[in-house]
Every structure is written in structure tokens, then in C-alpha cells.
Design a binder for this molecule. Sequence first.
Ligand code: EPU
Length: 293
Amino acid sequence: MNLFAGLEDIVRQDVPLSEHTWFKLGGPARYFVEPRNEEELLDVVQRCHESGIEMYVLGRGSNLLVADEGIDGVVIRLSHDEFSKIEFEGEVVRARSGADLSFVIRECARNGLSGMECLAGIPGTIGGAVKINAGGRFGDIGNVAQSVKLMDSSGYRFERKRHDIFFGYRMTNIMAKFILEAEFSLVPDDPDQIGKMIKEVWMLKKNTQPMKSRNAGCIFKNPRALSAGALIDKAGLKGTNVGGARISRTHANFIIAEDGSTATDVLKLIELVRERVRQRFDVELELEVEIWQ
Ligand code: EPU
């Protein structure tokens, strides 16, 4: 553990990542680090940078598939309170990247600030949500993001304002390894009205998506003007399985990890779906879920 000498309090070895993903799948991380503050994070990042070991940033693991072999690198999770703070200043909310997205949405509603409710029901952290411009039918987080504080993989910290950031469909041009904080500009509204909207967005998800199972949300991005779920459904794949990984019967763009499944099952099922959709519709499905392998 020479690499992290003196940091034993925050570094663990061979930690099963299955405990940290919604799929509950995946092998161990060689190192698993939970810094307690930004200076410790900087220390860890600089050591990794100097040694050349690969870093992986873990949020809530809600959009992530980790291979059964695990990760031969350093998984960093910004789970401590220091990385979860949120504060309000007028119509602006500033959230540290480890803050829980659902919590931020609720706090905004409580403070009578509208703009985040379109994200109701999306699990994850603020950092994860900003990085992939999380969203759905009612809008995405890029609509309200004003600036982000970042740290790159050498430990250099900088800020990017809205006009420098491109928020696309489930992607951004943020290349820095770590999102430290994001600022959102919201609009005052009646808390009850915002609460109602949150409920509506959430109910729609509940009625159309398999929310109670082990899954990682939508597996594929929607191809331009098409729905990946509808294509997979039309290809007759609902309920199809490889081992314990099964295409949801509720929404075909979800893969459910049933008891006894492995990440390899999920990966094979992903390939099977791609192949069938390619053959049937001549459409190349692009992954929405992040895969570490
Ligand atoms: N459809 C089917 N069969 C299915 C699933 C869907 O025919 O098995 C049809 C639906 O009937 C509908 C169309 O496909 O006509 C679109 O489906 P839906 O309204 O469920 O939306 P989606 O495009 O599949 C997107 C996001 C979701 C987000 C919802 C609601 C993507 C890939 N998915 O789903 O995001 O929750 O809109 O806002 O953009 C995620 O990002 O992980 C995710 C789940």
C-alpha cells in the first residue's frame, strides 16, 4: 500500500464494487478511496497521477455496470459530508458533487425554487447527473446549470461557466475527471405546485419503468428520432435472458439483474440486443449505461 502510505484511514483494498452499484454486480476494486475533504482528494489524485494508476470516479452506481473481473485501479468515491453540501443564495443553489440528486430536488421544492423537478425519480449524485446531462422527457440538468467547479486527473482545479459547457443528449463536453461542485439557477414558484410536478414526473416513471428491480436505468441512448425501448420491444426481445440477465417486460430498454446473474450475463445480453436491432432495423444502438471493464 506504499502508493497511499499515510492515507490508510481512507483507502481500502479489494472492495467488492457489487456493493456500490444498483445492478449489485461486478468484481472488486484494487483500491477504494473515500477522501474526507478536497485536500485529501487532491493528495490522492496527485499520487495516482504520479504513479500512472487509473482512476475511476464512483457516484451512486445507478448508471454503471462493472465487469466481474473488477477494476485494477483506484476507485474514488466522494461520499463524505464535505462533498455533499448544498446551499441556497437567492435563486441559486450550489451543490457539491456528492449530493444526492433527489435530495437536491426536494430541497429546491421546499425553498420554492423551480427547475429541478423534471429530474424527479432519477437516482444518482449531482456530479454524475451533470457529467452525463441527466434528464428525461421533461428536461435535463443542463437547462439550469450555470457553472461547475472541476478537478482534472493531475489535480488542477478550475471553473467552467455555462457558455463554455456543451450539454447534449446524455453527454457534456466536461472532460475533467472530477466534478467538485455545480451551481444552478432556478425560478421562484409555489412549493406545492413544484411538489405536484415532482409527483407527476415520478408517477410516469413508476408506471412505465421497472423501478423496484436491480437495474441501471436505460441501457441504450435513444437513436435520433427513435426510441431504443420501442425498437428492442418491436424486435420481440422483452423477457429475453442470458443467464440471470433479462430484458424487462415493463420497458425493453432496461436489463434486470435477477438472482444469480453476473456482469458477463448483462454484457452478453447487451451484445445480443445490439445484434438483433442491427439486423432487424439497421440501427446501431449506443450505450447509455457506463461500463467499467
Ligand atoms: N416503448 C415501447 N416499448 C417499450 C418501451 C417503450 O413501445 O418497451 C415506447 C413507449 O410506448 C413510448 C416510447 O417507446 O412511445 C418512448 O418510451 P418512454 O416514454 O418510456 O421514454 P424513453 O425514450 O424510453 C426516456 C429516457 C428515460 C426517461 C424517460 C422519461 C432515454 C434513453 N431514456 O425513455 O431515461 O426516464 O424518457 O422521461 O433517453 C435513463 O436515462 O436511464 C432513462 C431511463
